[in-house]
Design a protein. Structure first.
Length: 60
């Protein structure tokens, strides 16, 4: 029974740690999304979008 309790506590600790890491990741993604939308609304645009436009060719 003690081994089961130890395993349960360990699993719960890992779950809490994973949840904290996931929350941190989501937070940083939301921040980068906000920055990206602010730069695109100011007319700066994404450099990746511009490079795709430069690489496209008309059909022959």
């Amino acid at each position: 029974m003690e081994g089961l309790q130890t395993a349960y506590r360990s699993a719960m600790a890992h779950a809490q740690e994973s949840t904290a890491k996931l929350s941190s990741l989501v937070s940083s993604l939301e921040k980068s999304k906000t920055i990206e939308s602010a730069s695109s609304s100011s007319g700066v645009g994404s450099s990746a979008d511009q490079s795709v436009l430069l690489l496209t060719r008309p059909p022959r």
